[in-house]
Design a protein around this ligand. Structure first.
Ligand code: GLA
Length: 748
C-alpha cells in the first residue's frame, strides 16, 4: 500500500518507487508538510520542521503559554493548509467569511481515512484509476473557530508514479458562509532555488514557454477569461535551476480543470516558498448554506529526478491510459481535411462534392465541414444557436451521404456554448445569453455572446437541436468550438446570493454538455477547439480525446507551440494540420503535423499533381507509423526556445521503432551537428531512414546521427528507425533506382 500512517509520531508517508510525500500532525493538531521529493525510507520530523526563530507563544486563560521547543512556528512552518488571518502572512489556502465579517480560519486535524480507489463523491474530471491502481488518503480538518470542515484528498498511484490532489469544504454551521478563495492544494518548499516554467499565449501563439525565477513578490500564473486558457495554460513545471531535459529535479503540475485558476508562488522572509493552487479568486465567491459543500478541481502532481522528459512521460501515460475515454485512448486517428482554410464559409454542394472527391484521391479518411452550414450564416455575424441546416446554401444531407458512400468519414463543426444576437434563438430567448441583468450593452466578441448554459433550459434547447442534426447526418467526428471568452458574466438563472458562482458553474455546465453528447454518441470522435488552442487542458481531455492545437499552422510558429504542448499532453491528443501558410513546403509542414492527429487545412482541389502525390505519400507513411505517435514514449531533444532547432523522438514501448523530428529555424552553413537520440535499447540494432544505415542503439544515443550539412530556414526532417535483428553482411540501403538506373534515390 503506497500510504502509511505511523501512529506514534503521527507521520503520513505517501510514496511510489520514485518519490515520497511526508506530513505529520503536530501537538497542536496542525497538519505540517515535511517533505516531497525523491523516495526516502524514513524522516525525522523534528529536524526537518525545526525553525530557529521566536518560539510559538499564545495567551491561554489570561496567561502567556510558550512552547519549549523550536519545532513549530505558526509564522514559518510548512503547512498543508496554512491558517489565514493569524501569524502566517504567506499566501493563504482559503479565505472564508461569514455574517460576522470575521474570516480568520485555522484548520486543525480531526481524523483521516484511507481507502483503495478514488474519492467516490468527486464528479469533476479525474483520472479513471481502478481500486487496484491507487489508494486515497482523506484527511479531515476542522476550523478552530467555526463548524467548517476541510477534507484534503491525496490519491497516489504507484503504477503511474503520480499523486493527485483535491479538497472539499463543508459548512456545518447554521449560517451561510462565503468562500472567497479555495484551493485544491498547498505545497510549501524549504527553499527558493527553483524556476517556474509556465506557458502563456494568445490566438495563434498558444503555450509559449516562459521561465520565471521564484522571488519574494507574489508571482501568479493564472487565467481569468472563463474557459479559454490562452493567457496561461493550466499546467506548469517547477524545476531546480540546474535541471535539464534529462537530468535534475522537476515537479510537474497539471490541472484537470478548464476554468479560471491560479497558481500563487511566494518566497517568504526566510526564503521558503509557498505554492497555492486554487480557483482564481477573481470572479469567484461561493455561498454555502448549512451542509452544503464545495469541491476544488483535481491537480496531477508529478515528480522526477531525471529531468523534464520523465515528467512528460508520466503525464502522457496517465492521460492516455486514465484521462482520455477508453474508446479513444490509444486508437489511431483518421487523417482529416477541414473545409475552414480551404473555403471559409464560401461553399455550396458542388464545391464540397469536388472537395470530397479530391480528398478520396489524396487518401484522406475524414472530411470535416467547418463553420457556415447552419442558420443563415455566411460570415461570423450571425446564427450561433440556430443549429439547423441552411438548406438554401447547401444540401448537407447529400454531402454527408456522399462522403459516406465514397468510403470516407464525415465530420461537422458546432459552437454549442455561444449565441449570436442575430439568431432565431436570441429573438425568442434573449435571456439565454450570459450577461448581468443590469448590463444593457453586453460586449460582443467576434459578434457573439456566450450562451448561459448554467440555465438547464438553454443547455437542453441547444443540445436537442444538435442531436437532431447529428441523428440525421450521422457524422463520425465533431469539432466543438468556443470562440470568445466570458465578460459581464453573471447568470440570470442564478439567484443573487449565487451570482458570483457564475464562472465556475459555467465550467460545470460545459462539462455536463460534453457529457450529454458523448454519452449519447460514445463512438463519435469529438475534437474540442477554442479559437484555435485556447481550451487545451486535462479537463477537456477527459471528455474530448483530441483538441485543436492552434489556428497557426505556419511551422515557424507552430513548432514552438507543439513543443510546449508536447511537454504535458500526448501527441495523439493534438490536432495538427498541414496548411498553405507561408514558411516551409507541404512536406516540411507534414513532418511537424505527423506528430499529432494529422490532417489538412487547404483547398486540395487547387493542389498540383505533385502536391497530391506528396500528400498521398505522407498519408501512407502516417498510417504505417501512427501507432508509434499514439502509444510511444516522447523525448524532447532540442528546445526551440533556447536553440535554433526543434527536435524530438518518439520510441515505441517495445523499443522496436522510433520516429525522429528535426527542424531548423534560421539558415545555417555547414557545421558539425549531431542529433543524439533518446530512449532506444542500447543493445538493439536499428536501421535508420535518414542515412539508410544500421547502427546499435548506444551509437545513436551517444554519438548521434551526423547532420553536419548546410540547412535552409525551416528545413525539416522526419525519419524512422526500425529494429533489425543483427547487422546484415552488406549494409542494407533502402533506395530505389531512378532515371533508368543511372541514379540511386533514397526512398525518404
Ligand atoms: C475558430 C477555429 C477555426 C475555425 C473557426 C470557424 O477560429 O479555431 O479552426 O473552426 O473558428 O469559425
Amino acid at each position: 500500500m503506497p500510504i502509511k500512517f505511523e501512529e506514534k509520531r503521527k507521520i503520513f508517508h505517501l510514496y511510489t518507487s520514485n518519490f515520497s510525500y511526508y506530513m505529520h500532525v503536530n501537538k497542536y493538531n496542525y497538519l505540517i508538510h515535511l517533505y516531497h521529493g525523491n523516495y526516502l525510507s524514513d524522516i525525522s520530523k523534528e529536524r526537518v520542521s525545526e525553525r530557529y526563530m521566536e518560539r510559538y507563544a499564545f495567551v491561554d486563560n489570561g496567561k502567556e503559554v510558550q512552547d519549549e521547543d523550536y519545532y513549530f512556528s505558526t509564522f514559518a512552518s510548512k503547512f498543508e493548509c496554512a491558517p489565514y488571518g493569524k501569524h502566517d502572512k504567506r499566501n493563504p489556502f482559503a479565505v472564508i467569511n461569514d455574517k460576522s465579517n470575521i474570516d480568520i480560519t485555522n484548520f486543525l486535524y480531526v481524523e483521516h481515512k484511507m481507502y483503495p480507489g478514488v474519492d467516490p463523491h468527486f464528479t469533476m474530471p479525474y483520472p479513471r484509476f481502478t481500486a487496484k491502481e491507487c489508494q486515497t488518503l482523506e484527511i479531515i480538518l476542522k476550523d478552530e473557530y467555526r463548524d467548517i470542515y476541510l477534507h484534503m484528498y491525496y490519491t497516489i498511484s504507484e503504477k503511474y508514479n503520480i499523486l493527485v490532489r483535491h479538497s472539499k469544504v463543508v459548512n456545518k454551521t447554521n449560517e451561510p458562509i462565503y468562500v472567497h478563495k479555495f484551493s485544491a492544494m498547498e505545497l510549501d518548499f524549504d527553499n527558493d532555488d527553483m524556476d517556474i516554467v509556465a506557458y502563456h499565449g494568445s490566438w495563434g501563439s498558444e503555450r509559449q514557454k516562459e521561465v520565471i525565477p521564484l522571488n519574494h513578490s507574489l508571482t501568479e500564473i493564472s487565467d481569468n477569461h472563463g474557459e479559454r486558457g490562452f493567457y496561461y495554460n493550466q499546467n506548469i513545471l517547477l524545476k531546480s535551476k540546474d535541471a535539464t531535459l534529462d537530468m535534475g529535479e522537476v515537479y510537474g503540475f497539471g490541472l484537470m480543470y478548464s476554468g479560471d485558476f491560479s497558481y500563487q508562488f511566494k518566497v517568504d522572509e526566510i526564503n521558503q516558498t509557498r505554492m497555492i493552487v486554487s480557483y482564481n479568486p477573481e470572479n469567484f465567491m461561493f455561498t454555502l448554506n448549512k451542509d452544503e459543500e464545495l469541491y476544488s478541481f483535481a491537480v496531477l502532481c508529478v515528480h522526477s529526478n531525471e529531468g523534464i522528459n520523465k515528467v512528460t512521460q508520466i503525464f502522457h501515460d496517465v492521460a492516455r491510459d486514465k484521462i482520455i475515454r477508453e474508446t479513444w485512448a490509444k486508437k489511431e486517428r483518421p487523417i482529416l481535411i477541414n473545409s475552414w482554410e480551404a473555403m471559409y464559409m464560401n461553399f455550396d454542394t458542388d464545391r464540397l462534392i469536388k472537395f470530397i472527391d479530391k480528398a478520396k484521391e489524396a487518401k484522406i479518411d475524414l472530411v470535416v465541414i467547418d463553420d457556415g452550414w447552419f442558420g443563415h450564416r455566411d460570415d461570423d455575424k450571425s446564427s450561433l444557436g440556430d443549429w439547423f441546416i441552411n438548406t438554401k446554401k447547401v444540401d448537407l444531407q447529400k454531402i454527408a451521404d456522399y462522403t459516406h458512400s465514397s468510403g470516407l468519414k464525415f465530420g461537422l463543426w458546432f459552437e454549442p456554448e455561444m449565441i449570436s444576437p442575430d439568431s432565431e434563438l436570441y429573438k425568442v430567448h434573449p435571456e439565454y445569453a450570459l450577461y448581468a441583468d443590469n448590463v444593457k450593452n453586453p460586449t460582443l466578441q467576434r459578434h457573439q455572446l456566450v450562451l448561459d448554459s448554467i440555465n438547464p433550459e438553454a443547455r437542453e434547447h441547444v443540445l436537442n437541436q444538435i442531436f437532431k442534426v447529428v441523428d440525421a447526418l450521422k457524422p463520425d467526428y465533431i469539432k466543438w468550438d468556443f470562440n470568445r471568452y466570458l465578460s459581464e458574466a453573471y447568470s440570470k438563472y442564478l439567484t443573487t446570493e449565487h451570482k458570483k458562482e457564475t464562472y465556475h458553474r459555467f465550467v460545470l455546465a460545459s462539462y455536463s454538455m460534453f457529457n450529454a453528447f458523448i454519452t449519447r454518441y460514445p463512438n463519435i470522435l469529438v475534437e474540442s477547439c477554442a479559437a484555435g488552442g485556447g481550451r487545451f487542458d486535462f479537463g477537456m481531455l477527459y471528455y474530448t480525446p483530441q483538441i485543436w492545437c492552434s489556428d497557426e499552422t505556419d511551422i515557424a510558429i507552430r513548432a514552438k507551440i507543439n513543443y510546449s504542448t508536447n511537454t504535458f499532453y500526448p501527441l495523439s491528443t493534438q490536432g495538427t494540420h498541414v496548411s498553405m501558410r507561408k514558411n516551409g513546403s507541404i512536406r516540411d509542414k507534414a513532418c511537424l503535423a505527423f506528430f499529432g492527429t494529422y490532417g489538412y487545412e487547404m483547398d486540395i482541389t487547387k493542389s498540383s499533381d505533385e502536391d497530391i502525390k506528396t500528400i498521398q505519400f505522407m498519408n501512407d507513411l502516417f498510417k504505417k507509423y501512427h501507432s508509434v505517435v499514439t502509444k510511444g514514449d516522447y523525448y524532447a531533444i532540442y528546445d526551440p526556445y533556447t536553440t535554433n532547432y526543434v527536435s524530438w523522438n518518439v520510441v515505441s514501448k517495445n523499443k522496436k521503432k522510433c520516429l525522429v523530428y528535426f527542424m531548423i529555424f534560421n539558415k545555417e552553413q555547414t557545421h558539425a551537428r549531431f542529433i543524439k537520440l533518446k530512449g532506444l535499447d542500447k543493445n538493439k540494432y536499428y536501421f535508420n531512414s535518414l542515412t539508410n544505415d544500421i547502427y546499435k542503439g548506444d551509437f545513436y544515443m551517444n554519438v548521434g546521427l551526423n547532420i553536419s550539412a548546410e540547412f535552409g530556414s525551416y528545413d525539416s526532417m522526419l525519419f524512422v528507425l526500425e529494429e533489425v535483428n543483427s547487422i546484415p553482411a552488406k549494409i542494407y540501403r533502402k533506395t530505389k533506382q531512378v532515371d533508368g538506373g543511372k541514379r540511386e534515390k533514397l526512398l525518404w
